[in-house]
Every structure is written in C-alpha cells, then in structure tokens.
Design a protein around this ligand. Sequence first.
Ligand code: NAP
Length: 432
Amino acid sequence: MNFLGGGTIKFIQCRLLRVKKLDDARVCGTDAWNMRELMMSLIYTWISTIITIFQSKVLTVVSLMKATLKYLAGSEGPSGYGSNTTAQQVAQDCFCSNIIPNLQLTAIITGATSGIGAETARVMAKNGVRVVIPARDLRKAEELKERIQRESPEAEIIALEMDLSSFASIQRFCSDFLSLGLPLHILINNAGKYSHKLEFSEDKIELTFATNYLGHFLLTEMLMEKMVETAAESGREGRIVNVTSVIHSWVKRKNFCFSKLLNPKSYNGTYAYAHSKLANILHAKELSSQLKARKANVSINAVHPGIIKTGIIRDYRGFTTGMLFYTSFLLCLFRKIIQAKIAKQAVCFYFGKKMPDCLYFVGSKLLKSTPQGAATTCYVALSSQIAGISGDYFADCNLSHCSALANEEAEARKLWKQTRAFIQRRLLQPKC
Ligand SMILES: NC(=O)c1ccc[n+]([C@@H]2O[C@H](COP(=O)([O-])OP(=O)(O)OC[C@H]3O[C@@H](n4cnc5c(N)ncnc54)[C@H](OP(=O)(O)O)[C@@H]3O)[C@@H](O)[C@H]2O)c1
C-alpha cells in the first residue's frame, strides 16, 4: 500500500467519515469515533486487499506476457541460449569448452527410439559420447543406430532391451549394462508415455505413472552407485536429467495422492500425464538433497523441453491442442485472469476434441522443432555453466520456475519415501 501515500490514505479516511479533517471526527464523541474508525479500517482493508490482488494479477500477467514474447521471439536468456537454440549448438559449445580433454563420456538415454530422445542421442553420439539406448523394441533402436552411424560413422551406440513399465525388465537392463563394465557419466530419463484410456502395466500399476515415474525412479536407484563411482574416478560431475513438462503445474495438491496414482478410480489421460511429470520434478528435488548430503559429485535436474510435435503429441490430438493453447499467449492471459478451472476444462474437453484445423495450424506455429526440443536436455547434461546446480528446473536452456507444489521439499521427501517403500515391497513379492 506504500504506493497510495499518506496523503491519499487521509483523504480516503476523510471521505469515508464525511468530514473535512480527521480531527473534526473526534468531536463527535468517542463511541461514534470508534465505530466509524472500525468501519473505516474495514473498508480500508478491503480496498487495500483489492488493490494488492489487482496489482499482483497485473504483475503476473505482465511477466507471463514478457515470457511468452521472449519464447516466441526466441531471445536468449542468461545462459546465452533461448527457445530457438538447437541441441547441436549447445553440444558443440559444450565440447569446444570441454574441461576434461580425452574423457569419453557414456550416457544412457531412455526413450531414444523417437522424438526428443532420438535427437539427443544423435547429437551426443555425433559429439563423441558413447550412447546406450535402452529400448522396448530393439529393432527400432538398431534402426536409430544405423541412422546415426550413417551420419557419424565413429559413433558408439549400444542398444539393450528395456521396458520401463516393467520392474523385471528394468532389473534385467541394469544387470546387462553393469556387466559391460562401462562408466556412467550421464543418465537421461527421457522416455514418456501418454495414454488416452486407463491401462495397467504388467506390475498392475497405472501405465503412465508406471512408465514415466516409477520406471525412471527404479532405473536411477539401480544405476546410482555406478554414477557416483564414475564421478569420483573421472573427476567429472555426473549428471541426471529428468525430462518433465510444464503441464506438471496443472496438478492440485488435493489430487496428488500416491495410492490413487497407482490405481486410479476415475481416469483422465491428461491429468495422469501431468501427475507423472510432477513426480519427475519432485524426484529430482529429493534425490538432489540426498546426493548433496552424501557429498556425491552427481547432480540431478528436471527439464521442460518445450512443446514439440513428436510421437507423444501425435498419440492424442486433443492433448496436442490442449498443450499448444496452454502455452499460447491468449491462454496464459485467460487462465491467469479467469483462474484455472474454466480454462483447463475448455482446453481439455472442448478445444481438445473439437478444435478446427485452421486453429490447429496456427497453434502448431508455436511449436519447437525436435532439434530445439532436445536443446535443454543437452544443456543440462553437458554444460559447464551449470556445474554444481542440482534439484532445479530448466526450460529453454535456462533456469526456470516450476509450480509451488513441485518446489516443496516436504512433498518431494514424502513421495520419495512412499515410492521406495512401494518398489521394495513389489520387488520382494514372490512372482506367481
Ligand atoms: N513432445 C512434447 O511436446 C513434450 C512436451 C513436454 C515434455 N515432453 C517429454 O519429453 C519426453 C520425450 O517425449 P517425446 O516428445 O520425444 O515423445 P515420443 O516421440 O513419443 O518418445 C517417447 C519415447 O519413450 C519411449 N517409451 C514409451 N514407453 C516406454 C516404455 N514402456 N519403455 C521404454 N521406452 C518407452 C518410446 O519408445 P517406443 O519408440 O518404443 O514407443 C519413445 O522412444 C517425454 O518424457 C515427454 O513427456 C514432451
């Protein structure tokens, strides 16, 4: 309320008391004065509250407008990169300024058989990183390997089988990988699934949550010691990247319940996906605290790659349009001003199903290309600019803000404990 100034406040008070000067009110008697003062302070509080809310809304909208314009213009942030930067540009810069010469990095990239993961694998391999591709369909992984080696004959790529939605398959992959005796500098938890209808994994867990979150959680746990050991031996900070999505901010605390995520009573594909992506960020937050506490030279961060027309988006066109318009300028304004509920429903249930092609076309102009979509992952996995930064959230190759819920350490700790206990119970259960 500082901006109102003392004079303005006095003026409002005088108008409310219908006197010329505040002192005139006091001659009316103490009771009347107290009554009036009480009324006046109430009204004054209401007015100041309304002004504060209005002011914060204006500031939020202005900052969103600035961010959206920045995104559309592709202008650079503090890192020197922006939404237009490609993975190859980032990787090239990182390898030109490489602090440890002659060190061959090894990276595991999940979901590298298509989309953002395939581009991340291509760029890393082209720049001399040994890339391990865990794939549920080995034929696809071999095709990618051939494609990359046609472009970069020296590229070293290892394809191994792994279905992220199956605990047993993840265990098999980890034992296959560890038996190769290779170091592990980078782990990119990129694979992602969007499921339109309710499906269950072979472990009888809702499929999106099982794949996007639980699978990556177990994979990271099983490879952690190898990463810590590699970092200690090589002197290079180990990097874990959890690929998440801006859609995590749609999740409300009251709906984020571990047992319901494992086996939901009612199902909405968009929200199931959003929940799994929130869990990816919380996982990064908690694990980073644990790694810091044990002084391990390994960092873990979460990245939002942007909106890119890849397999996950093509899986469900309604979902695409929802995502597109969530990020679009108009919807940002609409959502923040009118408040989430109406806009979200409009996006998910109206635009999502009935959006005409011309609007879809316009919306698609807001998308990033796949090379741009892989840039933030490469930046967080490779750049020396972010050495020592852990438990953070990145977008467009710069530090960014995730939702308040995703930032909560207590929530992250609770989810981590629940997940670990659940997975341990499942792994100990005798197989039927
Ligand atoms: N595209 C976007 O606009 C966008 C926006 C925000 C966040 N993201 C995130 O970016 C990441 C990459 O997505 P994308 O856009 O590149 O999608 P994509 O082209 O559909 O790629 C998804 C990858 O995940 C793999 N995958 C799915 N289920 C799997 C399982 N059970 N086991 C092993 N691998 C599995 C797929 O393998 P198959 O080839 O075998 O299917 C594929 O390689 C995801 O985490 C996604 O949530 C994407």
